[in-house]
Write a protein that binds this ligand. Sequence first.
Ligand code: FAD
Length: 396
Amino acid sequence: MDLSYTPEEEAFREEVRGFLAENLPKEISDAIKYGTGLGKDGYLRWQAILNEKGWLAPNWPAEYGGAEWNAVQKHIYEEEAAAAHAPRTVAFGLAMLGPVLMQFGSQAQKDYYLPRILSGEDWWCQGYSEPGAGSDLASLKTRAVRDGDHYVVNGQKTWTTLGQHANKIFCLVRTDPDVKQQEGISFLLIDMDTPGIEVRPIILLDGTPEVNEVFFDNVRVPVENLVGEENKGWTYAKYLLTHERTNIAGVGYSRAGLESLKRIARIEQSGGRPLIENPHFAARLAKVEIDLMAMATTNLRIISRAAAGQAPGVESSMLKVKGTIIRQEINDLTRRAVGPYAMPFASEAVAGDNDPIGPDYAGPVTSQYFNNRKLSIFGGSNEIQRGIISKVKMGG
Ligand SMILES: Cc1cc2nc3c(=O)[nH]c(=O)nc-3n(C[C@H](O)[C@H](O)[C@H](O)COP(=O)(O)OP(=O)(O)OC[C@H]3O[C@@H](n4cnc5c(N)ncnc54)[C@H](O)[C@@H]3O)c2cc1C
């Protein structure tokens, strides 16, 4: 297995770096760097720039306007984008629904929805989880009952990320309550402005309304908005989740976080010396750096196998667990490094009318720490991933 980059791959890295240097607006990279948040307009502006270049949908085939990058190219882009503080694109349309429609959607659905995902006309959100159905997703209860050429939808979704910006939601709904749970689920595309839909914000630990509850009260959805066949939604849902879990290791983001942490630890003082020389702090820093190097190598091994046509299996669960532990540890060390200056939230310390009370880099640290608690929960919690790993290892 060859883990070094070819000259073509190195040239691609240069091209990505040059593109980011020339085209990434400073307001956008600053919002990511300082954690002050990117509104809907910011995301759409960056996605339009990527789309113009043909790089918005790395996984999509060229016939649908995608970049058709291989696993190594995607990895290189992610590394460079993280280092340049470029935002991640919003995954719901591009990385989740798009591939599902290409694989299982009708021709009319592909023709209508795919271009609108690229152009930003449609902002999708994901209606999978419910108050009683997260890890145990197949127990979902939101009902869709056929009434002529419509489904009538009643129920509730929760944790709907950025649903406040969305004009569309893809939902898993129960169309047959009398069969095995997985066999009575369908996959519906729903307009958020249909009468009977109510979106209520959930305020996260960092004070932001990043997620929502979405309520459905007799919402009428045309039958042509069903993806694939009725009661086959579980198959499509699982297909979507394999796409949700790609690039889960977040190596580039951890590297950028680690570099920033080291910079801070050279400036901050402990006992009259730079914090980075404090033996306890240095030991934790070294451990997380070693873990990150090991994970980056594992990641490259998996990418190299994917490039040779082997689909990742249980390895994506390993990367999810390790990658999120590393990012959370870097957040924790950064919070400790800035000490009392970590106390105010970004909104108070950077974006508000008040002068920051500490150095610039301290402003977003606490909100990032709290926000990233989510990493080990969503996309399948770390406990669930460990269950998957142990079953495979035990041959279960
Ligand atoms: C910030 C954020 C954004 C999200 N965005 C979306 C979104 O846009 N759309 C969407 O549909 N969902 C979204 N989710 C939901 C996410 O997928 C669920 O939170 C996740 O699947 C866990 O489900 P749950 O919250 O119901 O917890 P539960 O499943 O109730 O789990 C509670 C705890 O028990 C543990 N646990 C559960 N089952 C097992 C088991 N079998 N073995 C060992 N431990 C177990 C879990 O790991 C967890 O620690 C989001 C969640 C968060 C936090």
